[in-house]
Design a protein. Structure first.
Length: 274
């Protein structure tokens, strides 16, 4: 893999002189995308110390693929698409269930047991084992979703390709992301988080502890908690206005499973649903 990385970095450095029909370069680029497609490499991954490592060379490979690939017509039964990147196939052999209306691009990964309701997963994205991507949910380019996650209906997970060193959205294992939530701009959701319906989490959104009023972070929900959309007042020249934030309303024990009825009681008491 280190040799492939060096080759991709060399091609990237010379990209302005690259010919679309360069078979050697294209083969190298496709080799890198195949690693993403098989889950053998990831655009970004936890560093084990609370941070994130971005593998920029894999971002280079994706960007090079868009430069080199040519438009073509893709036919799937009665449906027709015009794109540069083919769709994934052979889901059954990989233990992935895909309901009609769902699609994923080559270069994205879905682990065994993933269920895709009518939804979309873009190139570079990683979706861990046994995760549900529910109806009309979207997983943007390079977003990293953990195992045993439920992305509820209409969830929008933002993507990022440029700049290559930009950290994508990271969602940990065992999370429940409520209906119509938006998680974008490199935001991070820790393990075991329940994010109530309609929450908006970006890299600049304050995350606040409801018990103390302390601002815990910007754009990062800590592991094992229940968090909801909220607002806090801020003075402007024109008056006082509510600015969006995410409020941590309950801490969970590490490994605590999400009891649906108990969660609904917690959320309803704060006027929120999943």
């Amino acid at each position: 893999m280190s040799d492939l990385r060096t080759q991709i970095e060399d091609i990237w450095a010379a990209r302005d002189s690259l010919d679309a029909d360069d078979e050697g370069a294209n083969s190298t680029i496709h080799g890198a995308i195949d690693l993403l497609d098989a889950g053998e490499a990831r655009v970004a991954e936890p560093d084990g110390e609370g941070g994130v490592v971005v593998n920029e060379w894999l971002k280079f490979a994706i960007l090079l693929l868009f430069r080199q690939a040519q438009m073509s017509t893709i036919e799937v039964g009665p449906f027709e698409f015009a794109d540069k990147i083919p769709l994934k196939a052979d889901y059954a052999s990989r233990g992935v269930r895909v309901v009609p209306g769902a699609s994923a691009r080559w270069g994205s990964y879905q682990g065994p047991g993933v269920i895709m309701m009518p939804s979309y997963i873009n190139i570079g994205a990683y979706v861990g084992a046994n995760t549900m991507v529910d109806t009309w949910a979207t997983v943007g380019s390079c977003a990293q979703i953990g195992a045993n996650v439920h992305l509820s209906g209409g969830v929008g997970i933002g993507g990022v390709l440029e700049p290559p060193n930009a950290v994508p959205v990271m969602v940990g294992d065992d999370c429940l992301i409520g209906s119509r939530c938006i998680v974008a701009e490199g935001a991070r959701v820790g393990d075991g988080v329940v994010l109530g319906a309609g929450a908006v989490l970006t890299g600049s959104i304050p995350v606040i502890d409801a018990e103390t009023g302390e601002e815990l972070s910007r754009g990062e929900v800590p592991s094992w908690c229940v968090a909801v959309q909220a607002s806090r007042g801020r003075e402007f020249a024109g008056g006082r206005f509510g600015m969006p934030c995410v409020l941590v309303i309950r801490r969970l024990d590490p490994g605590e499973r999400h009891d649906k009825s108990a969660l609904n009681d917690i959320l309803r008491s704060h006027g929120v649903t999943t």
